[in-house]
Design a protein around this ligand. Structure first.
Ligand code: SAH
Length: 450
């Protein structure tokens, strides 16, 4: 596919960006050893064995007093329990796992160009908020900000602010260091944001625990490898009908957990299984659904766009719940709180949850999106600007990681929410001969309106 015409001039202007920095320490780990594909999502290093106590102890008490819990409740405790959850407690995320923005600066730069291209296509509003959900180390926002800085002449009359939704105190401290060199202040309890700071280029940055705390207004939303970390419910079709998979204590082995099936239907089976469902095992992430509804409402009301990138499927896969620790698959029921738990994102469910409030584009494979955004050209410029062979090799290796269909190229997808008027000209509906075509949406190639 050809580079989208909308981003050609932007890419040309942004190409002057220098190389970001050396790649992270764990960059060289072989993803091939981590197949099947979803395993390639994150590369984990030592995940702190022997620290299981907290979450497991808490869960055992709960299970003994109230009986089995849903997989969603289990996942929430394991990942975001305020004191002991995997994300809450872990520091040094850059060392524990590597995601696309950590692999190459090209990833975040092209996403930065996508937002500027959308901002231009909607008439350059005089302000926008960039809202990132689950920013990890802050690397992705950092690369986007470098693009905004490089395009300062274009954005100079636009009031840009950054809003980060992050539950982990450890990670928000890392983000603050990365984006503001630690120049942040905590805000009073009654404020929506729990922390604020100023980027190196003078852009205000705010931190929140929940998307609902982020102010309304024309906004660009970004969720990269965020939705896969939200809790899922799991369901199994049985002879008695749909049952929910629950987590309970194994009566045979002390302090060990096991999966059980609910004896009958549960509130979740009633609410989340579609009558036309044909699969025998289904995973549903209601928190992702609620999030998409919120984003769609905001975009419908205030304008902007959402870009969601993650590994996932279009309503076809069944059992994708898995854990990662120390670069390897990890039993999801072992030592909760010490391993990453994740499930593929169901993009068909997200599309349904937008409920027609916005248009949706994608999911499109990561390698196609990045190619449409001009990654080949960006790579050439970085190669030309680098003199030593080690940097060349690193650049080619990171390009391969992002683009190779067997690595991250095919299993990661991009999905967007956009206001309807961004894709269908209001006058075109009444006058199909109208001569003023809307600029195409960068990255998605041929538009597939759904
Ligand atoms: N987007 C980053 C990091 C992905 S890891 C990257 O691509 O590198 C998931 C991120 O989401 C972490 O920052 C984690 O702390 C955060 N997170 C997980 N669950 C969350 C929740 N319920 N609310 C807000 N942040 C959450």
């Amino acid at each position: 596919m050809l580079l989208c015409p909308a981003c050609r001039p932007l890419l040309a202007a942004a190409l002057g960006l220098a190389a970001r920095r050396r790649l992270p320490r764990h960059h060289g780990k072989r993803r091939a050893a981590l197949s099947p594909a979803p395993v390639a999502a994150r590369l984990r290093s030592a995940a702190g064995s022997g620290e299981a106590g907290g979450v497991l102890r808490h869960l055992l008490l709960k299970l003994r007093s109230t009986g089995p819990v849903t997989v969603a409740e289990y996942m929430r405790e394991a990942l975001t329990n305020p004191g002991q959850g995997y994300y809450t407690r872990r520091g040094g995320v850059g060392e524990d796992f590597v995601t696309s923005p950590e692999i190459s600066q090209m990833f975040g730069e092209l996403i930065g160009i996508w937002y500027v291209s959308e901002w231009m296509a909607t008439g350059k509003p005089n302000a926008f908020q960039l809202v990132e959900l689950g920013p990890g180390t802050g690397t992705l926002t950092g690369d986007i900000l470098r693009v905004f800085n490089q395009l300062a002449a274009l954005l100079n009359k636009c009031d840009v602010s950054i809003h980060l939704v992050e539950v982990s105190p450890k990670l928000s401290a890392i983000q603050a260091q990365m984006l503001t060199e630690g120049k942040v202040q905590s805000t009073p309890e009654n404020k929506a944001a729990y922390m604020k700071g100023i980027s190196k280029a003078g852009i205000p940055i705010y931190w929140y625990r929940d998307i609902q705390d982020v102010p309304q207004g024309y906004s660009f939303y970004l969720a990269h490898e965020f939705l896969d970390a939200l809790p899922i419910h799991k369901f199994q079709r049985t002879e008695k009908g749909w049952c929910e998979v629950l987590v309970d204590i194994d009566p045979e082995v002390p302090d060990q957990l096991r999966f059980v099936l609910s004896p009958s239907r549960t509130p979740a089976t009633e609410n989340f299984i579609q009558p036309e469902e044909t699969r025998d095992h289904v995973e549903v992430c209601p928190e992702a659904g609620v999030l998409i509804q919120r984003l769609a409402c905001r975009i419908e009301k205030d304008g902007g766009a959402a870009l969601i990138a993650d590994y996932g499927h279009d309503g076809t896969k069944t059992d994708t719940f898995r854990g990662f620790r120390n670069h390897k698959l990890h039993d999801v029921l072992k030592a909760p709180g010490t391993a990453d738990l994740t499930a593929d994102v169901d993009f068909s469910y997200l599309r349904k949850m937008a409920e027609g409030r916005t248009a949706t584009l994608g999911p499109i494979k990561q390698r196609e999106f990045l190619k449409n955004m001009g990654i080949d050209l960006r790579l050439q410029v970085l190669l030309q600007n680098s003199r030593d062979s080690a940097t060349h090799a690193q650049l080619l290796h990171s390009f391969d990681m992002l683009m190779n269909p067997k690595k991250m190229g095919d299993c990661f997808h991009f999905f967007a929410l956009l206001p309807h008027h961004r894709l269908v000209h209001p006058t075109k509906k009444d006058n199909p001969q109208s001569k003023s075509p809307l600029p195409p949406v960068a990255g998605f190639g041929e538009l597939s309106l759904k």
